[in-house]
Design a protein around this ligand. Structure first.
Ligand code: PEP
Length: 258
């Protein structure tokens, strides 16, 4: 038994009402049948409500890229999980490396955001991953264990099982330098081992996605690895044909019994 594969498109700070409508219409007109995998897109905040309407007739789900703590309050410029849920989001990315680096999000804040997402009935997609320098100095597993532990400390093992984890090596994000399937598998196996050791999950159950320059050319080989349960897709999710090809690679593997 394997997990149902999941393909999520992180649009980052891209798009406009017009471009998004064209992209979503293109994707939904080509993905017409019920898929054997889960697919979601994550547009920027201002476009979520419009995207929710456009996605309604399809099986593609909606997610956001970030959230803040609590339900509402005096936090100028922030958006809560309750608001995301209200406009139709099912998922929210938490702890993306761009937020950890550019916006100085600490492991503790990431843990609290994961809790806020769960409290708002959203499924957090928790991103973890090492920098190039951390990999070069054999720190990959130490860094990832710390990132996971910071979340476990806040929410505990039982709630952790509700998460999706995304392994995103920082050096592979937006660089065109994907991890090889073997490199990704080694780290995924470490993450799954960590989850089991910390009694968060059984062997299956928590989905662990790979993210970092996934494209139609490398998607199948990555998703075919035993502990990779799909992908978090950045750049390629902005191109309907590329995103659909990645979804099709996942569908083919799932249909073949992955
Ligand atoms: C991402 O931002 O989560 C990502 C994986 O980006 P890309 O696919 O462009 O490397």
């Amino acid at each position: 038994m394997t997990n149902r594969l999941f393909i999520a498109g992180n649009w980052k700070m891209h798009g406009s009402l017009q471009k998004n409508a064209a992209l979503i219409t293109d994707i939904t007109s080509k993905i017409t049948r019920e898929l054997p995998v889960d697919v979601a897109i994550m547009p920027p905040f201002p476009y979520l409500a419009a995207a929710a309407l456009l996605l309604k007739p399809s099986s593609i789900q909606l997610g956001a890229q970030n959230l803040y703590l609590g339900q509402e309050g005096a936090f100028t410029g922030e958006v809560s999980g309750a608001m995301l849920h209200d406009v139709g989001c099912r998922y929210v990315i938490v702890g993306h490396s761009e937020r950890r680096t550019l916006f100085h999000e600490s492991p503790e804040l990431v843990g609290n955001k994961v809790k806020a997402a769960l409290d708002a009935k959203l499924i957090p997609i928790l991103c973890v991953g090492e920098t190039q320098q951390e990999r070069a100095t054999s720190q990959t597993e130490v860094v990832i264990a710390l990132q996971l532990q910071a979340v476990l400390d806040v929410i505990g093992g039982q709630r952790f099982a509700e998460l999706i984890v995304a392994y995103e090596p920082v050096w592979a994000i937006g660089t065109g330098l994907s991890a090889t399937p073997e490199q990704a598998e080694t780290t995924h196996a470490f993450i799954r081992g960590w989850l089991i050791k910390n009694q968060v999950a059984e062997m299956q159950g928590i989905r662990i996605l790979y993210g970092g320059s996934v494209k139609p050319e490398n998607a199948k080989a990555l998703f075919a690895m035993p502990t990779i349960d799909g992908g978090l897709i950045g750049g390629a999710s902005l191109n309907a044909d590329a995103f659909i090809a990645i979804c099709q690679a996942a569908c083919a593997l799932q249909a073949a019994g992955k």
